[in-house]
Design a binder for this molecule. Structure first.
Ligand code: DGL
Length: 270
């Protein structure tokens, strides 16, 4: 039994897609979310900066005495997971392994598309994880650096004509390869689901890691026997490094419940 919260974090809003899924799978657990919207996107930055930001985010979360860390960001998972795992004494979960294994199970023609931030795609982490599971799978990838700023800008952009135009530019070459499954290798991308699906066509399956990550978190909680006492009411806390006024309505839209107690963090202090 462990009544401490699970810490979940991302460069911004995208990790909320993972937070929501964990909340569904583990409704009795308390969680703390940190979104570094003030410094997003991470995926266009160098490895050194990504690692520096990840460690600051972790130091902030650890100051809340959490029992587990979920890196709800593919970019940070690709570049900092090993480092984070080696320095923390609580379990750490990343998102790429879960996304890769779901995609391998989904594909029928063994042609997989992968989209993500520039840093995730250039790391080759997805490609390696997929081919480790099945070396016969052909992968085709594309970095989509404008997707994260589009999501962070607000809901009115997610299904807009501009989003569609950008998606066409990025995804048309992938569509032509004949992939039957596309990995949404960035936790922001499920928020562009409709737009991405419009370009790829309904026959192409879109895979995000959120569901599988939530299952991994649940399994780990029970394996380590660190579940929360069911008589203790769970609590959610939300933090952002940017304006709370901008964060709260978007956070509420993504989660599907009202968030009105978010707090601003000066993340550079950590
Ligand atoms: N949600 C992050 C990811 O999964 C976005 C990274 C960024 O800020 O560019 O990669």
């Amino acid at each position: 039994m462990d009544n401490r919260a699970i810490g979940v974090f991302d460069s911004g809003l995208g990790g909320l897609t993972v937070f929501k899924e964990i909340a569904k799978h583990l409704p009795g657990e308390s969680m703390i979310y940190f979104g570094d919207s003030g410094r997003a996107p991470y995926g266009t930055k160098s490895k050194e900066i990504i690692i520096k930001y990840t460690l600051q985010d972790i130091r902030f979360l650890m100051s809340h005495d959490i029992k587990m860390v979920v890196i709800a960001c593919n970019t940070m998972s690709a570049h900092s997971f090993d480092i984070v795992k080696s320095i923390l004494n609580v379990p750490v979960i990343e998102v790429i392994g879960a996304g890769a294994s779901t995609a391998v199970l989904e594909t029928r023609n063994k042609k997989l598309g992968i989209i993500g931030t520039s840093a995730t795609i250039s790391s080759g982490t997805y490609q390696k994880a997929i081919n480790k599971l099945d070396s016969n799978i052909e992968t085709y990838h594309r970095a989509c650096p404008l997707f994260v700023p589009l999501v962070e800008e607000g809901q009115e952009w997610w299904d807009s004509d501009i989003a569609l135009r950008i998606a066409q530019e990025y995804l048309s070459p992938l569509k032509q390869t004949g992939v039957d499954t596309l990995v949404l290798g960035c936790t922001h991308y499920p928020l562009l689901y409709k737009t991405i699906s419009k370009v790829m066509g309904e026959e192409v399956r879109l895979v995000s890691s959120a569901f599988e990550v939530a299952r991994v978190v649940k399994r780990m909680i029970f394996e380590k026997n660190i579940q929360r006492d069911e008589h203790c009411r769970p609590e959610y806390r939300y933090y952002t490094s940017d304006s709370v006024e901008k964060f709260e309505p978007l956070c509420s839209t993504i989660l599907g419940w009202q968030v009105s107690s978010a707090q601003k963090v000066d993340i550079e202090k950590y």
